[in-house]
Structure formats: C-alpha cells, structure tokens
Design a binder for this molecule. Structure first.
Ligand code: GDP
Ligand code: IMO
Ligand code: MG
Length: 424
C-alpha cells in the first residue's frame, strides 16, 4: 500500500472510521493529522462497535503503530478516557501510541470559551470541545504544547500568562467565573506525568519509517467542506481537514505522500449550522436519518440529511487531489422510488456548476437535479459489484461520471465485511 491519505469529501461523518479500519490492515502506521475530539469515527467489528475521537482508528488492528500528529489538538482528559475505554475492551495502546510533542493542548478555558461564543456571538453549532479556541491560541502564538506539560517551569509561565488573559475575558466580557491557576497547573502537570510515555518526536518516527519503506495511512477527520480554508466558512472547523493538512499536520513532506482516497456518502449529511443546498424536506429527512442512523457520534445531535451534491464532491476531488473514491451507505437509499443527484445551482439568474464560495449564494441557491430510478432492493447482503441491482449500478456510474474519478470500493453496511470493490 502506498502512503495514503483518507479524507472526507463532504461535511464529515462519511464513514471514514470504517474505511480507515479496512485500509489499516495493510498499513504499518496510522496517523491523525488535524482536529481533535470533535471527531467521532465509528468502527463496527462483528457485534462490537467502537467510536474513536482522538486515537487513530488503526488502533483496533493489533500491532499497528498509531500517531497523533502535531496538527491535532489534544484534550488530555479526553485522551486518558479514550485510552481507558480501549484498555477495558482489551485493546492495549502501550508501545504503539505516540503523540507529537508539538501538538497543542486543550484546556478547560478553551471549552468554556467555545460554549460562550456559541451562546453569545456567532452560532456555528460546534461540538463545544474547545477546538476553535485552542487553534486560535496556536495561531496567536500563546498555545501550550504537549512538550510544555513535561517542563514544569514552561507550563507555569505559559499558563500564568494565558490565565491572565482568559480570566479577564471570562469575567469582564462574559461576566462569568475564571480559573484558579493552582488547580489547573496541578491538574495538567498530573496529565503530563500520565501521558509522558506517549509524547515524542513523531515527525522523526514517521520519516524514519518512510525511509524504511513502511506504509503510512493518514487519517482525516471532519470533511472537506468543514476545512477552514476550503469549507463553507465560517461554518467550518478550525483546521485543514483536507489532504494538504496531512503534510503540515505530521511533518511528512508532500513528496512522500503517494495517494489520496476520498470517502463519499451516497447522499449528504451535515451537523451544525451553515448552508446545505440539497437538504431534504422534513419527511424524507426523518426517513433517511432513521434508516442511516444519522445521529452525531460525538454529540448525539441529529444530522441534517440531503441528496448527493456533485458540486460539493467535485470541489473535494479538486482540492484534495483525490485519486480514488470509496462510496459508503449506498444501502440507506435502498427503499427510495427515485433518487436525485444535484448537478448545478441557480442563483440570481446565474447557473453554477462549480462550488461557489459565497455563503449568500449557497444559502439562497436553488439546486438543479437529475432524477434516477431507485432499485427498491436490500443491498446489505450484496457481496460483489456484479450482484448489485442494475439501478444501483447506474446510480454509481452516474456519480463516477460526474466526479470524473474512479470509484474503487462500495460500502453497504457498517460491518467490515459489508464492503466490496467495484472492479474495472
Ligand atoms: P466518520 O466520522 O466519517 O468516521 O463517520 P461516523 O462514524 O461519524 O458516521 C458514519 C456512520 O455510518 C457510523 O455509524 C458507521 O458505522 C455507519 N456506516 C459506515 N458505512 C456504512 C454503510 O455503508 N452503511 C450503513 N448503513 N452504515 C454505515
Ligand atoms: P468526523 O471526523 C461532522 C462540525 C460541527 C460544527 C463545525 C465546527 O466525525 O467526521 P468544531 O467543534 O470542530 O469547532 O465544530 O464542525 N464538526 C463535525 N461534523 N463530523 C465531524 O467529525 C465534525 N467535527 C466537527 O458540527 O458544525
Ligand atoms: Mg463522525
């Protein structure tokens, strides 16, 4: 397997966890490169279902080395809880989980500020995990990194400085309580002691491994339309979830990355606020939400659902340089009489076939649809492309033509085994 990035091509929750778990079988290293515990990646193995937030989904394969790269923001409390949950299930992370010393650390003031901003300023519908405020500190050069948790003096100085600012914001702007230095300092020094064994120079480990021809899988979180540069800004997350982030978020140069695979849901979903041109009407929304179990893996919020939007995914193919596509959740469309595919937008007398940047256009546009007949057959037990109903094949073929990109794998259920290749 070449060094491969797996990226979400829509607004997240495309089924990346399942796809990464499948590809991880052939990889030596699985690396998260951005985001934090805002992600929720579900992997179903037989009767067991695992939801990973921070630890790469590759951890479920024995012997794979899992890395949390410098581009990730880490909440140490959430990390220790996730490690605890895995260990209870008999999955040990010892000796195969490594965290970049340069990854930034989420503090409780980031979470409170995330919540307060949502309540009092702009509503993005964040996961309230402190992701945005932590990345804001990173870019403002006042963030605290994993390595700082291991140096008492550095942590003391940085935390004192940060609390002066954060407590002033919390008390004077938001009229709420601040944080005590002593208790936070003690808590985070303690986290440092507990996670010291995982913190190291992960960029060196990865580059040394690549020199030895080891195979690296880069695990994207969120989706292209949630990317801070290429998504529906400001209704996005605060990192580069696109394939370029795999390089800056791990310290592996772009010349060492060979392939990008896009994970595409057979329809579209999004959680939180922001434009969604192909969003369903309430009745169909409820039907697909129930059938597809479209509830957030992190927050439990109901996901908004809509038709497949070829402008969104073509934008993703271009931005990420997607070489191949994996289509997930085809089975969720099994009962429909007919299925729509969005092929353009109309707004203010203008026709759009490329994804526009304007939120005004995206909010007000009217989608242009093609309608294809449904297949009205259960696909969850289909084990090869040739056995798919003809109308399901037509739907995939149309998708492939519109995306100008090869579909290589199709998923018809959450289980590892409910996956087959498309063939030539
Ligand atoms: P991720 O964030 O991209 O990893 O996706 P999530 O795990 O948040 O959401 C995808 C959901 O769909 C999970 O509950 C998966 O178990 C489930 N899933 C993945 N592939 C399929 C599929 O082909 N069919 C069905 N019905 N469910 C799937
Ligand atoms: P995975 O990896 C779907 C969304 C939130 C909100 C916006 C900003 O499971 O696909 P944040 O907390 O990141 O500041 O929220 O991004 N969001 C996700 N939506 N899947 C995710 O992750 C998401 N992570 C963040 O709902 O709209
Ligand atoms: Mg998810």
């Amino acid at each position: 397997m070449p060094n491969t990035v797996i990226v979400g091509a829509q607004w997240g929750d495309e089924g990346k966890g399942k796809v990464i778990d499948i590809f991880a079988a052939k990889a030596d290293y699985v690396v998260r490169y951005q985001g934090g515990n805002n992600a929720g990646h579900t992997v179903v193995i037989g009767k067991d279902s695992f939801v990973l937030h921070l630890i790469p989904s590759g951890i479920l394969h024995k012997g794979k080395v899992c890395i949390i790269g410098n581009g990730v923001v880490v909440d140490p409390k959430a990390l220790l809880e996730e490690i605890g949950t895995l260990e209870k299930e008999g999955i040990s992370v010892n000796g195969r989980l490594f965290i970049s010393e340069e990854a930034h650390v989420i503090f409780p003031y980031h979470k409170i500020l995330d919540e307060l901003k949502e309540q009092k300023l702009k509503k993005i519908g964040t996961t309230k995990q402190g992701i945005g405020p932590c990345y804001a500190d990173k870019v403002a050069r006042s963030g605290i990194r994993m390595i700082d948790l291991l140096e008492e003096d550095t942590l003391k100085e940085k935390l004192q400085h940060n609390l002066e600012e954060k407590n002033a914001i919390l008390t004077r702007i938001y009229n709420t309580g601040g944080f005590s230095f002593d208790s936070l300092y003690g808590e985070y020094l303690d986290y440092g002691k507990k996670i010291k064994r995982y913190i190291c120079n992960t960029k060196q480990i990865l580059n040394d491994a690549i020199k030895k021809k080891k195979r690296v899988l880069f695990e994207g979180a969120q989706g292209t339309l949630l990317d801070v540069d290429y998504g529906t800004y400001p209704f996005v997350t605060s990192s580069n979830s696109t394939a370029g982030g795999a390089s800056t978020g791990t310290g592996v140069g772009p010349t060492k990355i060979d392939k990008v695979i896009g994970v595409v849901k057979a329809y579209t979903t999004r959680v939180g606020e922001g434009p969604f041109p192909t969003e369903f009407t309430p009745d169909l929304m409820e039907k697909i939400r129930q059938k597809g179990k479209e509830f957030g893996a992190t927050t439990g919020r109901p996901r908004r659902c809509g038709w497949f939007d070829s402008l969104v995914v073509r934008h993703s193919v271009m931005i990420n340089g997607i070489d191949e596509v994996v289509v997930t959740k085809l089975d969720v469309l099994d009962d429909l009489d007919s299925i729509k595919i969005c092929t353009g937008y109309r707004f203010g007398g203008k026709a759009y076939t490329d994804f526009p940047s304007s939120i005004k256009v995206l909010t007000g546009c009217e989608p242009v649809y093609e309608e294809l007949p449904g297949w009205k057959k259960d696909t969850t037990r289909v084990t090869s492309y040739s056995k798919l109903p003809p109308n399901a094949k037509n739907y995939l073929k149309r998708m492939q033509t519109l995306l100008k990109t090869k579909i290589v794998l199709i998923s018809v259920g959450s289980e590892r085994s409910q996956t087959f290749s498309k063939g030539a």
